[in-house]
Structures are given as C-alpha cells and as structure tokens.
Design a protein around this ligand. Structure first.
Ligand code: 1HE
Length: 264
C-alpha cells in the first residue's frame, strides 16, 4: 500500500506523498516563497531523501506566487570565496533536481523570477497557469544569476531572450513564456496542480530505465559532438531495450495488449 498524506512539514517546505507522487510545496507565502539559506537546504534535503517508492515529484508554491527568487535580505556582503560557495550550494541543489532519481514537474503561477525561474528551469516539465510571469530582476538589482540560470535558461528560451530579460528587465507573461520555450503546458488559473498530478501519474507508469535515460543520458547527448552523441544514444538504447520492463512492454504491444499512440 503506497504511503499517502503529509510526510513532513519543514519550516518552509511542505512534503506530501500521494501514491508514487511526492508534492513539495514552497511554504513561505509571506515572503513570496523567496529562497533563503534554510529553504534551499530544505529543498535539497527533500530531493536527496526521496522515499524509495516515489516515481515523480511535483513542485509548487503556496500563496499568490511560485517564487520571488533569492531572499535579498540574505544577500549580505560576502567575500568572493563565500559568494562563490553560496552560488555553488544552489548549483548542488538544482543539479540534484535535474540529475536526480525521478522527473520533476513545476507548477508555475504568479512571479517566477530570479532564482524562482532557475528552480523552474532545473525541473523537467513546467506547467504554467494564466497568472505566471517570468523575469530575471538580477539585472536591475546589479547582480548576476547564481543558481544555474546562465546554463539552464538559455537552453530553454535562447541566449538573446535571456540577455533582453536581464538588460531591460523584460518580463514574459505565461503565453510569451510558452512561445519562448519556458513552458511545457499552459493551463487556467487553479488548474496547474491537477495537470501536474495527471502528468506525474503518466510518468510514474513508465519503465524506470526510461526516466533514467531521459534525465541522465539525453541532456548529456545533446551537449556531445554529434558522433559521440550518436554512439552514446546507441549504448543507451541497447541498455534500455534489454531491460525486462522493455521486453514485457514490447511483447504486450505485439500481442495487441498495449495502448496505441493516439492524437490528444
Ligand atoms: C522578498 C523577496 C525577495 C518579496 N527577497 N524578500 N528577486 C527579486 O528581485 C524579486 C523581488 N520581489 C518582487 O519583485 C515582489 O515581491 C514580487 C513581484 C515577487 C511579489 O510582489 P507582491 O506585491 O505580491 O509582494 P511584496 O509586497 O513585494 O512582498 C511581500 C514581502 O515579501 C515583503 O516583505 P515585508 O516584510 O515587507 O512584508 C517583501 O520584502 C518580501 N519579498 N520578494 C526578500 N526576493 C542564486 S542567485 C538568484 C538571484 C535572484 O534570485 S535575484 C532576484 C531576487
């Protein structure tokens, strides 16, 4: 019987499990879910300690906004080494989301700005409600992205759009974000969690090797030179097709017992 219900309420993060899906809710609405040292540590700890039966994670924000980014009140004077280590701490957390155990779906509403956009960019699928908007106010604050934004955001929306956001303070609404490539699914206000859980259910039924290949092999293949990428792809394909889950699924299809590809 899979665990269901609230697993833990840390100071700033609520963790709920429903079957194979874990729901992490940033729970600092009074500060618009701004990420301070405590919250980044709690997010990281949650991802490093996913229950063994969890097959997908949904991340959302409590209140009117997904996340206002770095808690600027903690952006105190740091020497260069301390500032680098602070940024590297965010990198570790967001790397463990992107290259973790299971796919992660972000539900975006209200402000998705600065470090909030960096968090969203480290997830695998982004569901945006009508109210969502995307910004990188670092440019206006005289700072730079430090949570992996310069690596992940251009890979979603392109370098030119990110330059525009940082240099001019340009903000994209949900539709613009979708057209730019930052949004996987666009839904009405209030419909984001249902959509995310429906997607998570589909993901939870995939063969585990599929999640592994898509999360760990695909992004690396994309970064490889084509001839290496093609070779890595062949290795990954051979490994995946030799798993018992793949053999069962292929046999089920050939026996007419598996779903066909249908237009949605
Ligand atoms: C905060 C933060 C924050 C809100 N750090 N305290 N991020 C930003 O530059 C975005 C800054 N925030 C905003 O532009 C707005 O707060 C929002 C558009 C997100 C929301 O506006 P609103 O009108 O709903 O809320 P508010 O009244 O501005 O904020 C409510 C409270 O949250 C208020 O505190 P209070 O004690 O006066 O009630 C705000 O000060 C507080 N608050 N956002 C600290 N970010 C790893 S590098 C990443 C670098 C970055 O992310 S830089 C971008 C930072």
């Amino acid at each position: 019987q899979p665990a269901t219900g609230v697993l833990a309420t840390l100071d700033l993060l609520q963790i709920t499990q429903a079957g194979k899906v874990l729901h992490l809710r940033l729970n600092r609405p009074a500060k618009r879910n701004a990420i301070n040292d405590t919250l980044i540590a709690q997010i990281h700890t949650a991802f490093l300690n996913l229950p063994a039966d969890v097959r997908a994670v949904v991340v959302s924000g409590e209140g009117d906004h997904f996340c206002a980014g770095l808690d600027l009140s903690e952006l105190v004077q740091r020497d260069v080494a301390a500032a680098v280590l602070h940024s590297r701490g965010w990198h570790k957390c967001f790397d463990d989301i992107q290259f973790g155990k299971v796919p992660v779906i972000a539900v975006l509403h209200g402000a998705v700005v600065g470090g909030g956009l960096e968090l969203a960019a480290s997830c695998h699928i982004r569901v945006a409600e009508d109210s969502a908007y995307f910004g990188l106010p670092e440019g206006q604050r005289g700072i730079f992205v430090g949570g992996g934004g310069s690596v992940r955001v251009p890979r979603l929306i392109g370098t030119a759009r990110m330059m525009d956001m940082m240099l001019t303070g340009r903000v994209f609404d949900a539709d613009e974000g979708e057209r730019a490539g930052a949004v996987s699914y666009r839904v009405k206000d209030g419909a984001g969690l249902d959509k995310a859980f429906a997607l998570a259910e589909k993901i939870a039924h995939n063969a585990p090797m599929t999640a592994f290949a898509v999360m760990h092999a695909l992004p690396r293949i994309v970064e490889q030179a084509p001839s290496e990428g093609l070779f890595t792809e062949s290795l990954m394909a051979a490994v995946a097709s030799n798993t018992p889950e793949a053999q069962e699924r292929l046999a089920a299809f050939l026996a007419g017992k598996a779903g066909k590809v249908v237009k949605q």
